[in-house]
Ligand binder design. Structure first.
Ligand SMILES: [Zn+2]
Length: 437
């Protein structure tokens, strides 16, 4: 986990998402999302606020970019230029019709985004490179943020400045009072309220059902695949739901219809919404599946081992990219990491070059490389018959004992590659012979 802050997805129901931010000082911030249902007369003020927030963002970004190109200093009184002064002009006078908090927050968000981009460019910021902020479009997902003084939370609604009470489905109560709320309208036309709250203590770990008494202290190796979503070292094979594939026919049809609609027509808007809804449905179903699976795995085990797959690299393979994206491996790993952190479980990230399919999980000797269609093989040393995937999953769990580095919640860093010699004293000369099995 990086030192500053990492956002992890922790829980999702279509009406709710919880992200948890871990800071170096162990203060935990959680994000709670609820579905909200604005009334018909509230849609216009909401759209107006989102539009004004977007215009302020775009105006300020234009000034930033101009300053960057002309190599001048960033305009200092930007808030006065794009909000206060702009309100007095004919072209921007409608900015005064919405809550000024929304405009200020939009500007603040842009400043954060711009600073992150600059810090990342200069190498001051750890982690993945942050791109330059982009101009916001009317057609994409919209979001506005209200600071503390501009909203109040009630049991079944949230009151927003200049918009009023909006009905909210509270699937679970907020643990403490939120510091801000973001109102989101997604591409499928659904509205969400997203609150940031501080969580003072960790939620107690969920109980471990006594359904399995494996001798190795409740550990599980997880081998990810496409035929099955994953294969566990316990022998369980989790079905791959292939949600996108199931919806593909409908998505393709919606795409064709959209392509035929006239540009800028109402029909086109309608068809676009319909396509977005199909995609949103697939995403919700996948998230739901992944949450249920990861929660179960984390509840049942103290140690979890999973392969460090290079998902971004694998997706570049055109033949497999759709199947891999559909499976959601990257999200599975992110959820597993977040939940292991939350509940104090050990997560072993196994180096991607560890030959998990080649080692005999019983005697630890190295058999040769096996073709993908070899589903079962027999170890030449101990005559154990292995199911290829279950054997691989078992090896993942044994990775730490074999000399690999565990990446527990306190010491996550780059994976350390494991020399093959540490797990097997045989040389690779027998490869040809073994690949027969
Ligand atoms: Zn063996």
């Amino acid at each position: 986990m990086s030192a500053s802050s990492v956002i992890c997805l922790l829980h999702f129901r279509p009406s709710m998402v919880v992200y948890v931010l871990y800071h170096a000082d162990q203060v935990m911030k959680a994000r709670y999302n609820y579905r909200i249902y604005p009334k018909y007369h509230q849609l216009q003020p909401l759209a107006k606020a989102m539009g004004c927030g977007r215009v302020v963002w775009n105006d300020a970004l234009w000034l930033y970019k101009k300053a960057e190109i002309e190599k001048t200093d960033r305009p200092k009184n930007i808030s006065s230029v794009v909000i206060t002064q702009a309100k007095k002009t004919e072209a921007r006078k409608w900015l005064s019709e919405v809550s000024s908090v929304v405009l200020q927050q939009s500007l603040r968000d842009l400043q954060t985004a711009w600073n992150n981009y600059f810090d990342s460019k200069k190498g001051k910021r750890k982690g993945k490179e942050v791109g330059k902020p982009k101009f916001k479009k009317k057609s994409s997902r919209q979001a506005i943020r209200f600071a503390l003084n501009a909203f109040t939370v009630h049991s079944e609604s949230v009151k927003l400045a200049k918009i009023g009470h909006v009905k909210m489905v509270v699937s679970r109560p907020l643990p403490s009072s939120p510091s801000s709320v973001t109102i989101i309208k997604d591409c499928a036309g659904r509205y969400f309220a997203s609150f940031v709250v501080e969580v003072s203590q960790l939620i107690p770990p969920p109980s471990v059902p006594p359904n399995r008494g494996d001798a190795e202290g409740r550990g599980v190796g997880i081998d990810l695949g496409l035929t099955h979503f994953c294969i566990l070292s316990t022998g369980e094979k989790v079905e791959n739901p292939r949600l996108h594939k199931k919806m593909l026919k409908r998505i393709k049809k919606a795409n064709r219809k959209l392509a035929k609609a006239k540009k800028d027509s109402k029909r086109r808007e309608r068809r676009k919404r319909k396509l977005a809804k199909l995609h949103a449905k697939v995403k919700d179903q996948r998230t739901d599946f992944l949450h249920k699976l990861t929660t179960r795995l984390v509840r049942e085990n103290q140690t979890l081992a999973v392969e460090d797959l290079n998902v971004a690299g694998l997706i570049k393979n055109r033949k497999l990219s759709r199947a891999i994206s559909d499976a959601g491996w990257a999200k599975f790993k992110a959820l597993l990491e977040a939940k292991c952190d939350k509940y104090g479980k050990d997560l072993i990230i196994v180096d991607r070059y560890y030959p998990s399919t080649q080692i005999c999980s019983f005697c630890g000797k190295l058999g040769g490389k096996k073709e993908l269609d070899v589903r079962e093989w027999t170890c030449l040393y101990c005559n154990t018959v292995h199911d290829r995937d279950i054997c691989a999953a078992t090896n993942l769990l044994k990775y730490k004992d074999a000399g690999g580095q565990s990446e527990s919640q306190n010491g996550r860093g780059a994976s350390v590659s494991l020399p093959v010699a540490a797990v097997c004293d045989e040389t690779s000369t027998n490869y040809e012979q073994f690949s027969l099995f």
